[in-house]
Design a protein around this ligand. Structure first.
Ligand SMILES: NC(=O)C1=CN([C@@H]2O[C@H](COP(=O)(O)OP(=O)(O)OC[C@H]3O[C@@H](n4cnc5c(N)ncnc54)[C@H](O)[C@@H]3O)[C@@H](O)[C@H]2O)C=CC1
Ligand SMILES: O=C(O)CCC(=O)C(=O)O
Length: 468
């Protein structure tokens, strides 16, 4: 990788102890970005012309490098954005598996032979890469999300520029170093660190960048979509969620409680697939609530590097403040606070207690706005129809779970629930890399990432007609 001198850097800090600097990151200028885009553009034709199995071998080598660096990268991730070390290790291992999956894509079919009306002709489809792909990623999955965008982009013959979240850039740099150690040709894999409003925006606007894949907030996603559409670039947006869990009277309550805690509060609730609305049938509402509150009380909060910690801090000061404001707003709107609701005053970092509300008006903020923090809202309902209607009453449609042993209720839920990820007797979070991932309604641009679905975004279909 060519070393570039930049005028400025910014600090990335540890949210568990904000005075600790995890690293300094280049705050690239637009001129530096221009060089990176040109380099990616120049590298494209050579990379695209390599046989796909050979591109796959590069991805296998990157997977080997990431595996070697797993411990260091996971520790950096925990220090930089706060999730527990166990989660960070799991995520890094997932990154290795994603790379291997897409390495295999280099050996799978990319088209179909389609019967032509002309008996002297051969008609088939093939696929070609898009060119330079810009990947704009958030801080909540600093390894998995960049890799599930970069790996398929590369496998199908694109070159890539990663613009990571400012708050997770030290980890991102270490991930990209694995690609460089795997000796990808110059310019094929690039990183552009800097501010979203400057470098991110310039990447989206650049005429050489053929496609943008984004995960993050709805506000930024929509802006990116508009800009990309305007100049004819392809785009893919993965945004928010307000994911419901339904617990019916036939559910195994212990399983439902454990999954609600895990889905809602792991990673401190900072997943787009996190559970935030817990919709419980009245017959079991009180029993479920009691078990849930007991489990919430048992949660240990602290630095994610400590083995005893179950829940770490919020990832950034902005997120910490946003979640405290959301809790305050919920209280003012009349919801009843059952647990938590405060910052953890005994700790210096961005720690907030796991928080549970009930008596939440479904038209109000706690039920409608994405909080992205350790906050659950309980709702009491009297039938499965009411539960599904409530669950669907959201601008989002990313993930949804039901806990029940009633087969008819499972089927009704899988049919009627408006979400891209439907889970039965399993928590709302947790995505398998070989399956399509994406949301309905405002949660996404209706595209899907990961698994074989990734080929739809990262390639263009060509229909070829050959007359003998
Ligand atoms: N769907 C998800 O997984 C995520 C959702 N969020 C939601 O977004 C809220 C705010 O989090 P943020 O970090 O501020 O998300 P964000 O959407 O501002 O940032 C995501 C990425 O977009 C970049 N970016 C920001 N402005 C840009 C622009 N104008 N053009 C191009 N790129 C730009 C950022 O630098 C970062 O790399 C959270 O509270 C949460 O509700 C945040 C992170 C992940
Ligand atoms: O639930 C998961 O594993 C993935 C969540 C995700 O993609 C996100 O929060 O952005």
């Amino acid at each position: 990788m060519t070393q570039m001198k930049t005028a400025a850097t910014f600090k990335s800090v540890n949210p568990a102890r904000p005075t600790e600097v995890v690293g300094h990151v280049e705050d690239l200028s637009i001129e530096m970005l221009e060089k990176i885009v040109n380099r990616a553009q120049r590298a494209h034709s050579g990379w695209a012309m390599l046989p796909a199995p050979e591109r796959g071998m590069y991805l296998h080598r990157a997977a080997d490098e990431l595996q070697l660096q797993l411990e260091d990268i996971a520790i950096t991730m925990t220090k930089e954005m706060g999730k527990t070390l166990a989660e960070a290790k799991g995520e890094t291992a997932r990154g290795v598996a994603i790379l291997r999956y897409f390495a295999g894509e280099g050996m799978r079919e990319i088209g179909q032979v389609i019967p032509s009306a002309d008996s002297d002709a051969l008609m088939y489809t093939t696929r070609c890469p898009l060119g330079v792909v810009g990947a704009i990623t958030p801080w909540n999955f600093p390894v998995a999300i960049p890799i599930w965008k970069i790996a398929p982009a590369l496998a199908y013959g694109n070159t890539v520029i990663l613009k990571p979240a400012e708050e997770a850039s030290v980890t991102a740099r270490k991930v990209i170093a694995c690609f460089h150690s795997a000796q990808f040709p110059e310019g094929v894999v690039n990183i552009a660190t800097g501010q979203g409003t400057a470098i991110g925006k310039a990447l989206v606007e650049h005429p050489y960048v053929s496609a943008i894949t984004f995960t993050g907030s709805n506000a930024v996603g929509k802006q990116i979509g508009r800009t990309a559409l305007e100049r004819g670039a392809k785009y893919q947006l993965e945004m928010g969620g307000k994911n419901p869990v339904i617990v019916t009277k036939d559910a195994d309550l212990d399983v439902a409680v454990e999954a609600t805690i895990s889905g809602g509060l792991k990673s401190t609730g900072q997943k787009c697939t996190a559970t935030s609305r817990v919709i419980v049938e009245e017959d079991v509402y009180d029993a479920f609530k009691e078990k849930l509150l007991r489990a919430v009380e048992a949660i240990t909060i602290g630095d994610g590097l400590e083995a005893s910690t179950w829940m770490g801090p919020l990832a950034t000061k902005a997120q910490f403040e946003k979640v405290l404001e959301a809790i305050d707003k919920g209280k003012k709107e009349g919801a009843t606070l059952l647990a938590g609701g405060n910052r953890v005053s005994s700790l210096d970092g961005y720690f907030i207690e796991p928080t549970v509300f009930e008596n939440v008006d479904h038209s109000k903020s706690l039920a409608q706005e994405e909080i992205f923090g350790p906050v659950l809202a309980l709702f009491r309902i009297s039938s499965i129809q009411e539960a599904i209607a409530l669950a669907n009453n959201s601008e989002y449609g990313l993930s949804a779970s039901i806990f029940t042993t009633n087969i008819q209720e499972m089927l009704t839920f899988t049919t009627e629930m408006q979400a891209g990820l439907i889970r039965v007797n399993a928590e709302s979070a947790g995505v398998e890399l070989q399956a399509p991932f994406g949301g309905m309604k405002s949660s996404s641009s209706h595209s899907r990432e990961q698994g074989r679905a990734a080929i739809e975004f990262f390639t263009s279909v060509k229909t070829v007609f050959v007359k003998g």
